[in-house]
Design a protein around this ligand. Structure first.
Ligand SMILES: [Zn+2]
Ligand SMILES: [Zn+2]
Length: 342
């Protein structure tokens, strides 16, 4: 079968690889229909994260079930579903606690399409067939009528934006939110959408990207163009999304005393933090990965109710065969689809 493969920095091509098979009775085999490029993918394909050899690409997808093991209740061939990008068992202590990003049964960072991070190849969603272990846990069925292309990013980045604000707005209902975008491309925009949908008092969006600011404004945020030197005010809830220490420092300075700062950023190496300031002001700092399998059942109804509309963040859709070239080109949110437009 064909698998989109990164073979070296900036080298992306289709490769023929063996088709996966059912290995356990709790597995499913799925055929990806629409795949979204995650905000982290350009860092993997550019070699910022050192390569460990060729690796399969893609981890955000809507799929069609093509085969199921004997112990996957409620799942049938032909069913469309969103796949958790993180591999998790659903039955260990961490999974029971909702911490499915750190399932006890798998090595850290066990994800599709991210072999450079984990060292383990689980396959990628830009493939003809993908094996999904623990399918009852990792697949969230799609309600009839929902468009796979619109929902391609729900597996990961949409969830990431959602969880960046949801628990904090639950503890501070109606609070003002600032989202600081300094490199992450789609996640902070999904966070805008979630904050607006969940009734934030106001949503401000700080970035140095004109394209990102314009899209944030269309989603209901107030755009704040900045070079990340000095925030203009402080907020009770701040989201840090990006890759630069300057962006993080701006987000810290923009957080109110006793306020909440949620980072959705993966920083490489050690980044210094003004702990004296955080201590003195009582800023509550949260950082960590999203828990995809645990969150999908919570987010899918919001999508069915149209309270979250991920397609409004999509900036480019290409056909399946165009993936090798398109994957290396800039776009806030790229979707690769093998569904014929109706
Ligand atoms: Zn991702
Ligand atoms: Zn587990």
């Amino acid at each position: 079968m064909r698998q989109l493969t990164c073979t070296a920095p900036h080298e992306i091509e289709w490769r023929d690889v063996p088709e996966p098979r059912l290995e356990n009775e709790t597995d499913a085999l799925v055929r990806p229909l629409a795949v979204a490029r995650c905000d982290i993918d350009p860092f993997l394909t550019s070699g910022v994260v050192p390569l460990r050899g060729p690796f399969a690409l893609g981890h955000e997808a809507v799929v069609e079930v093509v085969d199921v093991g004997d112990s996957v209740p409620g799942l049938t061939r032909g069913q469309r579903a969103v796949v958790s990008f993180e591999v998790s068992c659903g039955s260990c202590r961490s999974c029971h606690a909702g911490h499915t990003a750190n399932c006890d049964r798998y090595p850290v960072l066990s994800d599709y399409g991210m072999q450079p991070l984990s060292g383990v190849e689980y396959g990628g969603m830009l493939s003809d067939i993908v094996r999904v272990p623990h399918a009852a846990t990792m697949l969230a069925p799609l309600a009839p009528g929902l468009d796979p292309v619109s929902l391609a990013s729900v597996s990961d980045n949409v969830l990431d934006g959602y969880r960046a604000v949801t628990p904090h707005l639950a503890s501070l209902p109606g609070a003002d939110v600032l989202i600081v975008c300094h490199g992450g491309r789609s996640i902070p925009l999904y966070a805008v959408q979630a904050a607006v949908a969940l009734g934030a008092g106001s949503v401000d969006y700080a970035s140095d990207s004109a394209e990102s600011l314009a899209l944030a404004e269309r989603l209901g945020a107030r755009p704040l163009e900045t070079n990340f030197e000095k925030p203009t005010r402080r907020y009770p809830i701040v989201v840090d999304a990006g890759f630069t220490p300057a962006g993080l420092l701006y987000a810290i300075r923009a957080t109110e005393p006793e306020g909440i700062l949620q980072s959705v950023s993966l920083y490489r190496g050690d980044v210094s933090m003004p702990l004296g300031r955080l201590y003195t002001l009582g800023v509550r700092f949260f950082i960590g990965r999203t828990h995809a399998a645990a969150l999908l059942p919570e987010v899918m109804p919001l999508i069915e109710q149209r309270r979250l509309r991920p397609e409004t963040v999509t900036t480019r859709v290409v056909e399946w065969d165009a993936a090798p070239a398109a994957y290396g080109e800039p776009a806030i949110k790229l979707i690769v689809s093998r569904i014929e437009p109706s």
